[in-house]
Design a protein around this ligand. Structure first.
Ligand code: SF4
Length: 905
């Protein structure tokens, strides 16, 4: 029997208890339902034994010991409560409280303070130890977290959370004895990722979210359990509501994300109540958008869409739905376009990010989504991270990766930039942007050469391997080093590390997909998993990290021009017939236009009307000048959004909608988990949720969508797609469910392909390296790559209206290597003019080694330095996904800074 499998019998408070080796007395007691008070202990953190409240007596041990640091052993007899123990705990508490302010009445943590709870439990009223108290000047320059050091009990939970979970180590104990204080090095102001894990783990009111809106206490505040509205990780949150205002975000006790959030999820909620919110419908009259009633706005839309449909046909109308909207709203949107308008011209922002995932993985496995679950990450031996800036774009997934690292996993990072995950990487391959296929095939070359392949798996579960293996010959690391800039020995080391493990998981994001070779990149990556048999088992797989909160769900719901809900192909007679019968209407069998085809079609006049629900293509599509011209050329543009975005400013009708915390429904996160979204607050003014708008618009067009509530919409969707057939609102009340979930008692499948592939075999098809569409030349000597940062989300329409985030990260910047900067005489803060073949912006320089020489990085969030004025609209030929990650630019110093929020239109 291994050490881990050993178990011990012991007695706790007279009860026989069995505990595994490595467990502490505290864990064993809690497992047996015996409560022991603690303040410094937290189950997600390593034991500390600092507060001494968990002291217990162990037979044969002369003095009480801390239960949280004492390992169990066989035959141990433990007493967790006695008059002696109780008196000691009381004294410990009195000593802590003797140095604690008496302002419980106005403390933001009142009602949720562990110290207050214990004081109440022990009936403490007086301070028997009056004397010196620590007094600190209250001072904190950061806009997110308020530290009240007088309330700090030095339990160290914040220090451990910051170090062990977040991997940042921004704070630590300083000084000794009575002067002990937790603070950043040299007592500087806090400057960190502002994830707020320290706030969540603080047992008192020493760390609270900065009170821009002082009302975060539990009294009079109701928590509403829902899902974060930002990224595809889909963290569960409690939205704390006072009246109709959100005052705080925390994590429910039973949430799968274990108390963890990132800065956006925890502190990025004030956009909901921002004064810029749209509150009434707007209709363009005499060239100006003017307030209108809902009846009038919907009548204008219905009449105009009918008129265009009868004059130019249904395919003259396009629809772009939203990865920020619910599954039900997306299902309703595509049904509206297909069944009411009569076209398959429906798409959404997956086109701009993970369409190559859907196409690439589906062509190999028969379906395109994450093969494994987030929970499995921490148990992997090797994590291969490719083109994912996980710590900034999917921070809570990064927490699991850091946990895996702490447990001994190797992290291999493939990314041109020295991104924050590089701190945790054992091997970092800094390839030239756009050379992924060459590098991934070089890894495969080494895996084959060193016989690290899983022959049995390949023989039983795949086809086409011979031609694929033959295609690898030209990709020896030594040959590929010249293309990628990655030394051959580093490629070999990475290939050995990945190929030698049976628990190796691949994680990737838009650094892989946003290339003209996006689909090939996805395939080249997936073949590594097939070659080594690292798929179909826990802790392995190929796992795309989806960007927006519900981009997985919008794809699932059929907001793609070539597939009906559940990836059922348009044009296959059986599929069309199935949906025609359900929806009781004739459907078009011709695949529609992608979003990136709709824009040129609008420019050329082929597309006459566009209905956009919750997207802002002016800022988020490539080649913004062209997008602007195209949208201005439309006969009719409808935009449904929460703010008057750059795109909404061009619309003929603007409809004000509810945001993610103002409606009911479901989101599907990146790991295929469907979760309940619950309404926490009412939308402002006359804004309404997108589903009810679509229902009323359908009525105005003289038809019906066939459901009236989110739950009915999901029911209809689930009835049409086997993978969702076991999912219902009733079941989701108990927690999220992964699809495939095949019937009402099915638990949902976390590890896909465990029983083989849907198509029978996974298919190898050779892919070849093709250089990016734009290369540097003497006129445009820098490669520009774009992406996201930690603090903002996508086009920034939400995060840029969050005051603390804007205070901290409100300035656009371009990252440049010091060598380039020195050659050009550029310093951090200098204003640069960046010019591509499509346009020009001005932006401040940030000189650092995050980028290699000749490469510059520009975040996509800032309208006043819009990255997509520069980016190229060269597309992946399979999915028409633009190559956001590579374009050639030139750089000069600008005379003056661009005006803030320069108007794109
Ligand atoms: Fe929200 Fe994503 Fe941050 Fe979780 S990781 S809190 S889902 S933005």
């Amino acid at each position: 029997m291994s050490k881990q499998e050993q178990s011990f019998s012991l007695t706790i408070d007279g009860l026989p208890v069995t505990a595994g080796s490595g467990m502490t007395v505290l864990q064993a007691a809690r497992q047996a339902g015996i409560s022991i008070p603690t303040l410094c202990h937290h189950p997600q953190l390593s034991p500390f034994g600092g507060c001494r409240l968990c002291i217990v007596q162990i037979e044969g041990v002369p003095r009480p010991v801390t239960a949280c640091t004492t390992p169990v052993s066989g035959g141990m007899v433990v007493t967790t409560d006695s008059s002696e123990i109780s008196a000691l705990r009381r004294t410990v508490l009195e000593l802590i409280l003797s140095d604690h302010p008496n302002d419980c009445m106005v403390c933001e943590a009142a009602g949720a303070c562990d110290l207050q709870d214990l004081a109440y439990q022990f009936g403490l009223r007086d301070n028997p130890y009056p004397g010196e108290r620590r007094l600190y000047e209250k001072r904190d320059a950061n806009p997110f977290i308020e530290r009240d050091m007088e309330k700090c009990i030095a339990c160290g939970r914040c220090v451990k959370a910051c170090d062990e979970i977040q991997g940042v180590g921004a704070i630590n104990f300083t000084y000794r004895g009575f002067k002990t204080k937790i603070c950043p090095p040299f007592e500087r102001d806090l400057d960190c990722e502002f994830c707020g894990q320290c706030v969540q783990f603080c047992p008192t009111g020493a760390l609270v979210g900065k009170q821009w809106d002082r009302a975060g206490r539990t009294l009079g505040v109701r928590p509403v359990k829902t899902v974060c509205g930002y990224c595809g990780v889909g963290c569960e949150v409690n939205i704390h509501v006072a009246g109709n205002r959100i005052v705080k975000v925390t994590v429910p006790d039973d949430a799968w994300n274990d108390g963890l959030l990132c800065v956006k999820g925890r502190f990025g909620y004030s956009f909901v109540q921002h004064h810029d919110r749209l509150t009434v419908p707007l209709v363009r009259r005499n060239g100006e958008l003017a307030p209108a009633s809902w009846d009038e706005a919907l009548a204008v839309i219905a009449n105009k869409l009918k008129q265009i449909r009868s004059a130019a046909g249904p395919d003259a109308i396009g629809g772009i739905s939203s990865a920020r909207c619910t599954n039900e709203e997306n299902y309703a949107f595509q049904k509206f376009m297909r069944a009411i308008i009569g076209t398959n011209n429906v798409d959404h922002c997956a086109r701009l990010c993970h369409a190559p995932t859907v196409a690439g993985l589906a062509s190999i496995f028969g379906s395109g989504s994450m093969t494994n679950s987030i929970d499995e990450i921490s148990g992997s031996e090797v994590l291969l991270l490719v083109g994912t800036n996980t710590k900034e774009t999917h921070p809570v997934v990064a927490n699991r990766m850091i946990e895996a690292k702490r447990r001994g996993a190797k992290i291999i990072l493939i990314d041109p930039r020295r991104i924050p995950m590089a701190r945790f990487a054992d091997i970092h391959l800094r390839l030239r942007p756009g050379t992924n296929v060459a590098l991934l095939k070089a890894l495969a070359h080494v895996i084959v050469e060193e016989d690290l392949i899983d022959k049995e798996f390949i023989a039983e579960q795949t086809t086409g391997v011979e031609s694929y293996l033959a295609s690898l010959k030209a990709y020896a690391p030594e040959a590929v080093a010249g293309i990628t800039g990655v030394p051959a020995e580093h490629i070999r080391a990475a290939a050995r590390a990945y190929g030698s493990s049976r628990k190796a998981g691949i994680y990737y994001a838009m650094g892989i997909t946003q290339h003209q070779s996006g689909t090939d990149n996805v395939r080249a990556l997936a073949y590594l998993a097939l070659l080594t048999g690292n798929i179909g088992r826990p802790h392995t797989g190929i796992n795309p990290l989806r960007g927006q909160n519900n981009v997985q769900g919008a794809c699932d719901a059929g907001c793609l021009p070539n597939v009906l809900p559940g990836y059922q192909k348009v044009g296959i007679p059986d599929n069309v017939e199935k949906f025609e019968q359900s929806w009781k209407t004739r459907l078009s069998a011709a695949p529609g236009m992608t979003m990136t085809e709709m824009i040129p079609a609008a420019a050329s006049g082929v597309l006459k009307a566009l209905y956009i629900m919750g997207e802002n293509p002016v800022l988020t599509d490539p080649n913004a000048s062209h997008t602007l011209l195209a949208l201005k050329n439309l006969e009719f543009l409808v935009v449904q959004d929460i703010f008057l975005t750059e795109t909404a400013e061009l619309a003929h009708v603007v409809l004000p909608t509810a945001c993610c915390y103002e409606k009911d429904g479901t989101f599907t996160n990146t790991e295929r988990k469907v979760q309940r979204v619950r309404k926490a607050v009412e939308p402002p003014g006359k804004a309404r949720d997108d589903l009810s708008i679509l229902l009323d618009l359908t009525t105005a067009m003289g038809s019906k969508l066939g459901f009236t509530t989110p739950s009915e919409a999901l029911q209809e969707f689930a009835a049409l797609w086997e993978a969702m057939s076991g999912i219902s609102y009733q079941r989701l009340e108990k927690g999220g469910l992964h699809w495939p979930c095949l019937d009402e008692s099915h638990p949902g499948i976390k590890v896909r392909h465990a029983k083989g592939f849907r198509k029978g075999h996974a298919v190898f098809t050779p892919v070849e390296y093709r250089p990016a569409a734009e290369q540097v030349d003497p006129d445009f000597p820098f490669l520009l790559t774009t992406g996201r940062n930690l603090f903002h989300h996508h086009g920034g329409s939400m995060t840029r209206r969050v005051h603390p985030i804007e205070l901290h990260a409100g300035r656009p910047y371009i990252e440049m290597n010091p060598e380039d900067a020195e050659l050009m005489g550029i310093h951090t803060g200098d204003i640069l003019r960046i010019t591509s073949r499509r346009g020009s912006i001005t932006v401040g320089a940030l000189i650092n080694r995050s980028v290699t020489p000749s490469v510059v990085f520009l975040p996509m969030h800032y309208r006043e330095a819009a990255a997509n004025i520069l980016t190229s609209d060269s597309c992946d030929p399979v999915t028409k996904t633009p190559e956001f990650k590579v374009c050639a630019v030139k750089i000069s110093t600008a005379e003056t800074r661009a005006p803030k929020a320069e108007k794109l239109s």
